[in-house]
Design a protein around this ligand. Structure first.
Ligand code: NI
Length: 266
């Protein structure tokens, strides 16, 4: 039977298999004596009937997660919700976003329909779907066509169902007290950080500071041949207490908007 712990282990295995960078950073932190706690993962999808947020979230809801805040990314034409575990606040949060497919050109809509048509309506409800990768075939031409209108659409078509990123909870680290020193450690170890909107997204006043690596290129299989495309990235988050004293658990749309760009091709 799947538990929250086994589900996240499966997601981590799948994620590090194509993103050895995350495994390497995790190992560097462990070698310092850190016990790395995951703040959240993020999942990307399309807002079709078969693949929308509520469908994709079901596996988490079945394990005790509840839907919390809604987010709107109008410039990227995305909606999102975050989910928290109802009973155990130590379980990672889940941030699920979806592309507003109808907001794109007919050509892009037709490509996404071709992908969606390859998924059986019951498939997304299977317990392992969320870490099954791409459930459709995709040509590199279609990938490029999607990329011209939306980096997000292209990534989602190419990589399918998996954690787009895991997130180190800086609050749980014992040898870094702020996000600046962790960023410096990442840079000193020669990993590239996302500089869109500055290295650090968000402020203590907003109760959340975030940074992330840039997704490294991986050699991904398409219908015709393999091509190098940006894969997954690793994120770092520091949360601040609200007036109640409890750490803020939500997300900042303006920061997430920049974090999305960690998988951009340029
Ligand atoms: Ni994130």
């Amino acid at each position: 039977m799947q538990t929250v712990t086994s589900l996240f282990e499966n997601l981590w295995q799948q994620y590090t298999a194509i993103n050895p960078q995350a495994e390497a950073i995790h190992s560097l932190l462990t070698a310092r004596g850190e016990h790395v706690i995951n703040d959240h993962i993020a999942i990307r999808t399309f807002n079709t009937e078969k693949l929308g947020i509520d469908v994709i979230a079901q596996v988490f809801v079945d394990l005790g997660y509840v839907k919390k805040d809604a987010y709107d990314f109008s410039s990227k034409k995305l909606n999102a919700f975050h989910y928290e575990h109802a009973e155990n606040p130590n379980h990672p949060k889940v941030f699920i976003s979806e592309l507003q497919v109808e907001a794109f050109s007919e050509e892009v809509q037709d490509i996404i329909k071709k992908l969606d048509d390859q998924v059986d309506v019951a498939e997304p409800y299977q317990a392992d779907f969320i870490y099954s990768g791409r459930p459709w075939t995709l040509s590199f031409d279609d990938y490029i066509r999607l990329l011209q209108e939306s980096e997000y659409a292209a990534w989602t078509a190419a990589f399918g169902y998996r954690a787009n990123h895991f997130t180190v909870s800086i609050n749980h680290l014992t040898t870094f007290f702020d996000i600046e020193s962790l960023n410096q450690f990442i840079l000193d170890n020669e990993f590239a950080l996302n500089e869109s909107g500055g290295l650090i997204k968000g402020t203590p006043e907003q109760l959340l500071e975030q940074s992330s690596t840039m997704a490294p290129l991986v050699n991904l299989e398409f219908d015709d041949a393999n091509h190098l495309v940006p894969s997954c990235f690793y994120e770092f988050a520091k949360r601040y207490p609200m007036e109640s004293g409890r750490l803020y658990q939500g997300f900042i749309a303006a920061s997430a908007d920049k974090i999305f760009e960690s998988t951009d091709t340029k």
